[in-house]
Design a protein around this ligand. Structure first.
Ligand SMILES: Nc1ncnc2c1ncn2[C@@H]1O[C@H](COP(=O)(O)OP(=O)(O)OP(=O)(O)O)[C@@H](O)[C@H]1O
Ligand SMILES: [Mg+2]
Length: 294
């Protein structure tokens, strides 16, 4: 909260923010740094990405990104629309494989495992690195079956009672159990938007992932549902590593320990969230957080 307040203060007191009238021209005048500013690497990474380039056909969407994601940290990916946040996030569990024209280059490690190893089972990878999307997307199945699907697919439960236990625990962790325990056989699609998103989180954690990727998980939700998801992220971060894309700087400030600022496919700056929002080192980061473009 304190960081969010400082963020507002920075926007109000920063003269550069006040005088910026022409975001596009300003944007073109600020050169990219030669390499990412701040601390893109960690001592104890859960995931390590190096020299990442991503192309859609002939057009390049990500340029030479190096980034580590620390164990049990929540890292926020922020930046103007179209800067490559979703593209980068999707590389981390090979969701870009499903886009024909998308070519991914560089090295992606999940601890000791090369994510792009042709021998790696992608279904297995997506159980280790789960994903929650912007728009809640429950399967057209019951609430119970939505959560049971992954554990069944991966053979995590032999007996019905074991599966029941996984479903209950996942729904509890997702803060949804009390609201749905009496209607587990009803369709997941019949829940409210915020409940559906928590159901999708329950579904992704049911297979005990190591990393959860979230692409603007609250952008379709009202403030109350958003607050619930943010609380949840906080609780889950004890157990999982989380990378969250968000357009809300207040949200990034509330939920993350580290923040990565992307700009037109370049990773400009990575630092402690507090530093990014109160004392950004690069002029592009500062311009973004003070509202000059985005
Ligand atoms: N499936 C695709 N085919 C072709 N180009 C794409 C595709 N997906 C993304 N792009 C392009 O790649 C660039 C990065 O897009 P991306 O969706 O990663 O940005 P983003 O930072 O997530 O934006 P937003 O905040 O609007 O979600 C953009 O120029 C976009 O047009
Ligand atoms: Mg996006």
């Amino acid at each position: 909260m304190e960081t969010a307040q400082k963020l507002n203060d920075t926007a109000q007191t920063n003269p550069a923010a006040r005088m910026a009238q022409e975001p596009e021209t300003m944007n073109q005048r600020i050169p990219y740094p030669e390499r990412t500013i701040g601390k893109p690497l960690c001592d104890d990474p859960k995931m390590s990405m190096r020299n990442v380039d991503v192309f859609y056909g002939d057009s390049q969407a990500i340029y030479g990104v190096d980034l580590d994601i620390g164990k049990n940290e929540v890292i926020a990916l922020i930046g103007p629309s179209g800067c490559g946040k979703s593209t980068f996030l999707r590389c981390l569990n090979r969701m870009n494989d499903t886009i024909d024209i998308c070519k991914v280059k560089g090295s992606f490690m999940l601890e000791q495992d090369n994510i792009y190893d042709p021998k790696l089972d992608v279904v297995e990878l997506r159980a280790r690195v789960g994903m929650v999307f912007q728009k809640p997307n429950p399967f057209p199945k019951s609430i119970y079956e939505n959560v049971a699907y992954g554990p069944r697919l991966h053979g995590l439960a032999n007996k019905k009672f074991e599966l029941d236990e996984i479903v209950e625990n996942s729904l509890r962790k997702a803060g949804l159990w009390d609201e749905v325990k009496d209607r587990l056989d009803q369709p997941g699609t019949g829940l409210s938007g915020g409940q559906q998103q928590r159901l999708c989180i329950a579904r992704s954690i049911a297979v005990s992932p190591e990393v959860v990727l979230m692409d603007e998980p609250c952008s379709a939700l009202d403030p109350i549902a958003t607050a619930k998801i943010e609380e949840l992220i906080d609780e889950l971060s004890g157990q999982y590593t989380i990378a969250i894309v968000t357009h809300s700087m207040q949200q990034a400030a509330r939920v993350s320990q580290r923040t990565a600022y992307f700009h037109l496919g370049r990773l400009i700056e990575v630092n402690d969230t507090n530093t990014v929002f109160t004392a950004p080192e690069h002029a592009l980061t500062e311009a973004y957080i003070t509202g000059r473009f985005g």
